[in-house]
Design a protein. Structure first.
Lengths: 119, 144, 498
């Protein structure tokens, strides 16, 4: 479905815009998250097969495995996206901890003001 | 960090066992239904964090302390590596599936997949609780 | 070869990283001093042994293929080790061990050391994973493990400067790795496989215009990590703010792994020897810009960071030339860069440990207090500037000859001028720190402690050895160079029997 790809790239561009032009640390982090979500949407849409079923085998499908494999959507991009989401949780946690630390001790969340304050 | 109002605390206390059970269900059925270690671990952590937010950090620390979360996380990670190394001990490749495979659709099947997911679930749950504790310590002014 | 050595090389630091918090807690309960430091040093030494045990097999010409879980490639993840992988793994394991011995004393005044050793072992596991794997998504996952641990290590001292540098580094580098993920997604859509050897085979049948976007995304993503101009903005701040041991590890091992990933993807996966000229030009730009910025620095660690950017430019120049001599020179320079850059950062750390600052305006006349450190700094400065008889001269000479041989004498001339500039700013640094008038408050600075001095001396000895016997260095990198130019051999070895 082409609409998926268009929206994925739209999310990517929106995230990039946030990352480059916003002046608040939390907004930068949100921009990064939106950017990676766009890539995840792109990756999942790659595995779509029109008219396909979910890639989970239940009892009655066991008798016709090749037919099932021809009809199911591709499960590999789903596994890739799951791993990538977990990696992004780690980056998000680290970035938010640093932002909390910066705000608590230096009172500002503006990255341009964070430049050499104590120098 | 102080707790919240009576309504929030009551609902959190009522929802906690159901959310915990749901998370454990998703972790255990990882080889049969969508989900598995990662989302299941996050739901288990969410149930504990819900209590943490509702009751304040002092009471939450009596239930799951920082030390316990650290040790649990290490145990989860070590469980995954040790399960993989079992394959090495038996002389075949790392992470090879040598456990009994069982029938299709049963709970005790698919070799070492449920055990791996259990390790992943424990690690993810402990890890996210640890992240919350670490961030809250920054609010309290301590450095951990 | 130790059985299952490839997977053990990745698992050992990972296992040790998971055990370190437990060891730390136990050592505090039972009051055993420094248990986790000894544990970490034991782990990295065993790691070095495991990597070294793979040397005879791979240098005999065989490609070690290890299938995880017993699944055949291309359906399963496999580790594939040829000459190029092994060179990088050797560099990473060696530098990791030496910097660990160095941080035994250097980090003892810091708090939160549990987390430091865990992060150190995690970043080592990540680097080993990138160096040894044969699957592109596995490479991305280990690359991310390496990057996330490095963000945390840069912010380790929790001072103002470290937090700002880490935030800047994190945002730029996350953007880079998300580009890599998009490149992997596009490749999967084009070819339907994630195995490097399989992709290399299948991409041969796809039209060239379809692979331009993934190639550009990969070059940008890895270029951000190795601080190729114009993507180098994060590097000086990050290297200045990180503890010196961490900066030594980054410049020696992380940059090496980044260059390895770029070579593996561009040359073997895409087979794109044609963009070598663009890489060489970017390398030239990086080299010149790094040297020019380094001339203006007043802080030792920032100077070393810009000088590191300049050396990466040399490596890219050599590899981008694409000829046998060029790739040999580039890889030999990669090896030498790891040796002397790590050594120079460790010396900077020793100065900070004893004096408390790395600002060259406040230092001076330290030769009387730290004669051994001063001599070693002189050795490192001469090696990095390409003065005979040190190893920098051997690898730079190879790159100069390669430039003339490939019909691009302009590259050689610019490289020669940059070497002269390198010598200039290093002599200026040597003069500022060790010679000249000694300020009053530095009169009772002591010599560097022995455990910190030992790795530096070892690296200095290696500098001399590879300078006096350059043929040894060329023989060391020849398996790697043959692996780069022989991608069809790699593909057939990995996919054999499928």
């Amino acid at each position: 479905m082409d609409l998926n790809y268009v929206i994925a790239m739209l999310l990517f561009v929106l995230g990039l815009y946030c990352l480059l032009l916003k002046r608040n640390l939390i907004k930068l982090i949100i921009g990064l998250t939106v950017l990676t979500d766009g890539i995840h949407l792109f990756l999942i849409s790659l595995g779509y097969r029109s008219g396909g079923t979910a890639a989970i085998v239940s009892g009655e499908m066991f008798s016709d495995l090749p037919g099932f494999a021809a009809r199911a959507v591709d499960p590999i991009p789903q596994a890739l996206v799951l791993t990538s989401i977990v990696i992004n949780i780690c980056i998000l946690a680290l970035a938010l901890s640093l932002a909390v630390y910066a705000y608590r001790h230096y009172g500002t969340l503006d990255p341009s003001k964070l430049r050499r304050l104590k120098e | 960090m102080a707790g919240m109002t009576v309504i929030v605390r009551t609902i959190a206390r009522l929802l906690f066992p159901f959310t915990l059970l749901f998370g454990i269900y998703i972790v255990l059925h990882g080889h049969l239904t969508p989900g598995g270690g990662f989302p299941g671990g996050v739901i288990i952590a969410a149930s504990v964090v819900m209590l943490l937010l509702a009751y304040g950090i002092k009471r939450a620390e009596t239930k799951v302390s920082f030390l316990q979360a650290e040790v649990l996380e290490s145990i989860g990670g070590l469980a995954i590596v040790v399960l993989g190394l079992l394959g090495l001990l038996l002389g075949v490749a790392f992470l090879q599936n040598e456990f009994p495979l069982g029938g299709l659709g049963q709970l005790f099947s698919a070799g070492n997949l449920p055990l791996l997911y259990l390790g992943v679930g424990i690690k993810v749950a402990a890890g996210i609780i640890l992240i919350f504790y670490a961030m809250l310590f920054a609010f309290r002014g301590e450095e951990k | 070869m130790i059985p299952h050595a490839p997977i053990l090389a990745i698992l050992l630091p990972l296992f040790a990283a998971f055990l370190t918090p437990v060891v730390g807690i136990l050592s505090r309960r039972r009051d055993i001093k420094r248990a986790r430091e000894w544990f970490a040093i034991a782990a990295v030494l065993v790691e070095l042994l495991v990597v070294a045990s793979m040397l005879p097999t791979v240098w005999g010409g065989q490609v070690l293929v290890y299938k995880l879980g017993g699944w055949q490639p291309p359906w399963g993840i496999n580790l594939a080790i040829d000459g190029l992988n092994l060179l990088v793994a050797l560099i990473v394991a060696g530098i990791g061990a030496l910097v660990m011995i160095y941080s035994f004393v250097y980090m003892e005044r810091d708090t939160g050391l549990d987390q430091y050793y865990t992060l150190y072992l995690l970043i080592l596991a990540g680097m080993m994973g990138v160096a040894l794997t044969g699957d592109i998504f596995n490479l991305y996952v280990f690359f991310e493990i390496m990057c996330i641990s490095s963000y945390a290590l840069v912010a380790f001292r929790r001072k103002w400067q470290s937090i700002e540098a880490s935030i800047k580094y994190m945002i730029v580098s996350s953007l880079g790795t998300s580009f890599i993920l998009l490149g992997i997604a596009l490749l999967y859509g084009l070819a339907g496989s994630l195995n490097i050897a399989d992709l290399a085979q299948k991409l041969g049948q796809v039209s060239p215009s379809a692979v331009i976007v993934p190639l550009a995304l990969f070059v940008t993503g890895f270029g951000i990590k190795i601080a190729m101009v114009p993507l180098h903005m994060w590097m000086p701040d990050a290297y200045q703010a990180a503890p010196s041991a961490v900066a030594a590890l980054f410049s020696g091992a992380t940059a090496t792994v980044g260059i390895y990933a770029m070579v593996r993807v561009v040359y073997i996966l895409f087979g794109a020897f044609a963009i070598g000229t663009m890489l060489a030009t970017l390398g030239l730009l990086t080299m010149v810009l790094g040297a020019l910025m380094a001339l203006a620095q007043r802080d030792l660690k920032r100077l070393l960071a810009y000088s590191g950017i300049s050396q990466i430019g040399y490596i890219l120049l050599g590899i981008g030339l694409g000829t046998v001599l060029g790739i040999q020179g580039g890889l030999f320079h990669l090896f030498n860069n790891a040796i002397y850059k790590t050594m120079l950062f460790m010396i900077a750390g020793a100065i900070v440990y004893r004096v408390g600052t790395s600002d060259m305006d406040q230092l001076g006349g330290l030769w009387k207090n730290m004669p051994v450190t001063g001599t070693l700094f002189a050795v490192g400065a001469l090696a990095i500037s390409g003065v005979p008889p040190f190893n920098g001269f051997a690898s730079k000479w190879t790159i100069y000859v390669a430039g003339i041989e490939a019909g691009q004498p302009v590259f050689t001339i610019i490289a020669l001028i940059t070497s002269a500039l390198t010598l200039a700013y290093f002599l200026k640094a040597l003069n500022s720190i060790f010679l000249g008038q000694r300020p009053k408050h530095l009169s009772d600075v002591k010599e560097t402690p022995l455990p910190m001095l030992f790795p530096i001396m070892l690296l200095a000895v290696l500098c001399v050895v590879f300078g006096v016997l350059p043929q040894l260095g060329i023989d060391l990198v020849r398996p790697a160079q043959e692996a780069v130019m022989n991608s069809s051999g790699y593909i057939s070895e990995v996919l054999r029997g499928v």
